[in-house]
Structures are given as structure tokens and as C-alpha cells.
Design a protein around this ligand. Structure first.
Ligand SMILES: Nc1ncnc2c1ncn2[C@@H]1O[C@H](COP(=O)(O)OP(=O)(O)OP(=O)(O)O)[C@@H](O)[C@H]1O
Ligand SMILES: [Mg+2]
Length: 206
């Protein structure tokens, strides 16, 4: 089984993934956790380039192709072998991030983005995707609370994030069975309960 978590920066993906991984491991499942972009030697090198503020000259297409190059390496080297050996793979961001950020956010032609996504993933799609949705105002608040420095992606601005969020909502409309919207503006434990109930029922855990 392949499960991905999506959402804007600071929406709570990594927080929820940690809780889900712990829960699955307690139920004796073998879990592989991957983070995008990254997870292989090549993909981690690409990650450094993508997150480095120094490369402000990077074009939108170069960004799309770099994310996709990192992803295809991860799919081939890690995700497919793990899924094929019966493990549960959990992705901290996956192909929908490219559709939402590069397609809807940056405005690159969606048909082209979809084609590149298919090529990069070998048409491997998650069984379940949790889109943790929170309003931009809450993200801004969390950013200020954490005092974290903004990287190149986060420096992109409010309109960009609004378009990206609407992109995620469109994906949910197109694929309601796979792509589940989770209200992320609630307590961490309540969100985890909802996520766990969905995963549990798909895995037939009593
Ligand atoms: N439900 C929640 N309510 C309040 N704060 C939360 C909640 N979930 C996560 N946080 C806090 O918000 C911050 C961002 O959470 P987290 O790192 O899980 O987000 P993320 O989606 O993984 O972000 P990024 O895209 O930057 O990796 C953290 O400080 C975390 O403790
Ligand atoms: Mg995270």
C-alpha cells in the first residue's frame, strides 16, 4: 500500500505522518517512510538545489523537471521495490505536490504536468492521499510561532499559495476516492484519529 500526505508548507504533514507510522508499527506493519524531494542519493542532491535560495534564476520548467527527476529516482529505487515486497510506503509529499505547486500554483500547462507526472511515477498512484488543509492565515501564524527561516519555495508569496491550495481542492474534486481532504485546523490528536480510522478500515484492522 502507498499512502501520501499533501498540503501547503506547515499544514502538519510531518506531524501526522510520525503519528501514523508509530501506530502502524505498533500493529506490526513494516513501514517505509520517504520524504520528497529526496530519499535517494541523486534525489537528495536535487533537493539541495531546489531548496537553495541562491538559485533565484531557476525557471519554472527547470523546477518541474528537477522535482520530477528526484521523484522518478525515488519511485524506481525505493517506492516500487518496497510496495512490491508488501511494505506500507508513506510519502511526505508525492506527485500531487507537482500538480498543485507547479501546475496550479506556477501555472504550467496541466496536460504537460500530468504527462511528466505519469512518466516520472511509471503511473504509480497512491492508494490513499491525505490532503491536510488549513487556511493561509493559520499557516502564517504557525510560521511566525516557529521563527523558522523561509526557504526558496516559501518565499513565493500569498497568491501562489492560494492557487496551490485551490489546485489541491480541484484534485480532490477529480479523485474523491483517493484524495481525502482533512481539516487540519484542529487538534493534532483529533486529526490523527480521523487519519487512522481511514487507514485502519482500508487495511481491515479491527
Ligand atoms: N493540528 C495542529 N495544530 C497546531 N499546530 C500544529 C498542528 N499540526 C502541526 N502543528 C505545528 O505546525 C508546525 C508545522 O507542522 P509540520 O512540520 O508537521 O508541517 P509540514 O506540513 O510537515 O510542513 P513542511 O511542509 O514545512 O514540511 C509545527 O510546529 C507543528 O508542531
Ligand atoms: Mg514536513
Amino acid at each position: 500500500m502507498l499512502i501520501s500526505f499533501e498540503g501547503l508548507d506547515f499544514s502538519g504533514k510531518t506531524t501526522q505522518i510520525k503519528l501514523l507510522v508509530e501506530k502502524l508499527q505498533r500493529h506490526k506493519f513494516s513501514v517505509v517512510l520517504v520524504r520528497e524531494p529526496g530519499g535517494t542519493a541523486i534525489s537528495e542532491k536535487i533537493r539541495e538545489i531546489l531548496l537553495d535560495k541562491k538559485y533565484s534564476e531557476m525557471t519554472e520548467i527547470a523546477e518541474l523537471l528537477l522535482f520530477s527527476a528526484a521523484r522518478t529516482q525515488l519511485v524506481s529505487e525505493v517506492i516500487l521495490p518496497a510496495v512490491q515486497s508488501g511494505k506500507i510506503v508513506i510519502c511526505d509529499r508525492f506527485v500531487d505536490s507537482t500538480t498543485a505547486y507547479q501546475g496550479y500554483g506556477r501555472g504550467i500547462n496541466l496536460d504537460a504536468v500530468n504527462q511528466i507526472n505519469k512518466l516520472a511515477t511509471h503511473s504509480t498512484m497512491p492508494d490513499i492521499t491525505f490532503f491536510i488543509d488549513i487556511p493561509l492565515t493559520v499557516i502564517t501564524q504557525r510560521l511566525m510561532d516557529s521563527n523558522s527561516s523561509t526557504d526558496r519555495m516559501e518565499a513565493a508569496g500569498k497568491t501562489f499559495f492560494e492557487k496551490t491550495r485551490n489546485g489541491y481542492i480541484n484534485i480532490a474534486k477529480n479523485e474523491p476516492n483517493r484524495f481525502i481532504i482533512i481539516d487540519g485546523n484542529r487538534d493534532i490528536d483529533i486529526i490523527h484519529e480521523e487519519v487512522w480510522n481511514i487507514v485502519r478500515s482500508r487495511l481491515n484492522i479491527p
